[in-house]
Design a protein around this ligand. Structure first.
Ligand SMILES: NC(=O)C1=CN([C@@H]2O[C@H](COP(=O)(O)OP(=O)(O)OC[C@H]3O[C@@H](n4cnc5c(N)ncnc54)[C@H](O)[C@@H]3O)[C@@H](O)[C@H]2O)C=CC1
Ligand SMILES: CC(C)(CO)C(=O)C(=O)O
Length: 301
């Protein structure tokens, strides 16, 4: 398969590098990473050490591919979609956290839109070098009624052919809500308290706060039509906290590095959807307000 990875940062470089063992992969990213990959290849260390030489470019315009995997941060999705629209991709698959990305892609692109989640852990350690922090799983499914499950099956088969752990879902929206509940719980609390994910293990006040945000999110998910129980969300949060106890969440990393966070696509999305559905989400609202307050004070773009 001809695969374009749009957003060759931490996750995109890891998955693009692993996929390039079996498929034709082009990484679309920024300098100095792209130049280094073109010169010396991409080195993956951590869970496994892998040295590969995928194609890499900073120019994602007018490209054609069987599949574009989108791994930019949520605030860059609109620009990614506009850029991809100048080319010809048969299918696009977001593996981003948060909600709203698939709708942005669908608004700009003609091909099949797939919604995905990723629990792989990755960190760009330096130009040309990505650290693989945790094995994970990818789920991929059609986003809209007109997006066919056969395309999701072909994409999952391609991922598996490259030894990635991937499954097809026919309930992509439900899966995204479940991942959103976990991120709404863990990300802002770890970012505000400046702690690793493991600090949210129960019992404790941080665990209670995170769980309250996750349970509120499950309520909004159900009002939106998803079948997501409070018990499932509690279990998912506890499981992810345990499995990623030494992780610094992506939002904590963004705050530490003075970068814009994905708060709008995570707790901000929960607040907006709750308003539309007349649900009350005071914990998510407070967490979103605090993170946005930090962004404004820090002057991040
Ligand atoms: N890093 C991880 O372990 C995981 C990340 N995610 C999600 O995946 C998404 C990406 O996360 P990360 O890889 O951590 O972010 P990142 O910031 O490391 O990577 C995004 C990359 O996209 C590039 N980019 C953005 N717009 C671009 C454009 N127009 N042209 C070329 N390059 C562009 C940026 O320069 C950056 O290198 C987020 O939604 C995150 O929440 C999900 C699961 C795990
Ligand atoms: C699952 C979790 C919380 C792992 O750190 C994550 O997705 C993130 O940090 O964004």
């Amino acid at each position: 398969m001809d695969i374009l990875i749009f957003g060759a940062g931490s996750l995109g470089s890891l998955l693009g590098g692993l996929l390039s063992r079996t498929h034709e992969v082009t990484l679309v990213g920024r300098e100095p990473h792209v130049g280094e990959v073109r010169r010396d290849g991409l080195r993956i260390t951590g869970v496994e050490t892998v040295d590969v030489h995928p194609a890499a470019t900073t120019d994602g315009t007018e490209v054609s591919a069987d599949l574009a995997v989108v791994t930019v941060k949520a605030s860059d999705t609109e620009e990614a979609a506009r850029t991809l629209a100048t080319g010809d991709v048969d299918a696009v698959c977001s593996l981003q956290n948060g909600m709203g990305n698939e709708d942005v892609l669908a608004a700009h692109l003609d091909g099949t839109v797939l919604a995905g989640t990723a629990t792989y852990g990755a960190r760009l350690a330096g130009p040309g070098h990505v650290e693989w922090l945790g094995r994970g799983r990818l789920t991929v499914g059609p986003w809209r009624p007109e997006d066919d499950v056969e395309t999701a099956e072909r994409v999952v088969a391609a991922f598996r052919a490259a030894d990635l752990d991937a499954t097809v879902t026919t309930d992509a929206r439900g899966r995204l809500w479940e991942k959103l509940a976990v991120n709404a719980a863990i990300n802002p609390v770890t970012a505000l308290a400046r702690v690793e994910n493991g600090a949210l293990a129960p019992p404790g006040e941080l665990a209670d706060l995170a769980t309250a945000a996750g349970v509120e999110t499950a309520g909004v998910a159900r009002a939106d039509g998803a079948s997501l129980s409070d018990a499932t969300v509690r279990e998912s949060i506890a499981e992810v906290v345990h499995e990623t106890e030494r992780n610094r969440s992506s939002m904590l990393q963004d705050v530490t590095d003075s970068r814009r966070t994905e708060i709008d696509a995570i707790n901000g999305y929960v607040v907006d959807r709750a308003e539309e559905l007349e649900e009350s989400v005071p914990v998510n609202r407070t967490l979103a307000t605090l993170i946005r307050g930090w962004e404004a004070g820090a002057g991040v773009e």
